[in-house]
Unconditional design. Sequence first.
Length: 181
Amino acid sequence: MESEQRIPKQIDLGQHRDTTVYFLKSTLDEHNAHAAEGKPLLSGPADRYVCGFAIPDFQRPLVWTREQEVAFIESVWLGLPLGTYTVHEMDWGPGGKPYRFSGMLIDGQQRLTTISRYWQDEFPVFDLYWSELTKTEQRRFYGAKFPHFEIELWDEYKIRDLYDRMAFGGTPHEEHQRASR
């Protein structure tokens, strides 16, 4: 007798990449070089990009406050775990154009945008703007561990389902629940 499957199979999150913040810089640089040369963008056409990745239209707008952005960058400097972000694998079709969903940022928009804004001197952290840091300090920042997942789904329904599962699982803390009051 064949037993029925009561628990669904795990969602395939593809490859776990043990990368650093520098990976985001190199992806952004490559994206900008393609754009400047008029070549197809790494992430296909989109209305919004961050660190070279296209942001799907179904993602919410930016919601982090400046305080949250500063706290995240402080976490990078302090060597705290940054979580992960999830991107879709890149693949190209005829004429070297990326397939739909290639290079899309599925999860991590707030964190990657915060890093990008910090690089653009939009706010200081520890009273220093990015441009005020020495090359040694910048290299230290680039070296911070920031792993990501690279998925390969190619089915919009599955991508949207994954986004919803990753983005709607938590319950925000209330201010009175802080450990350091």
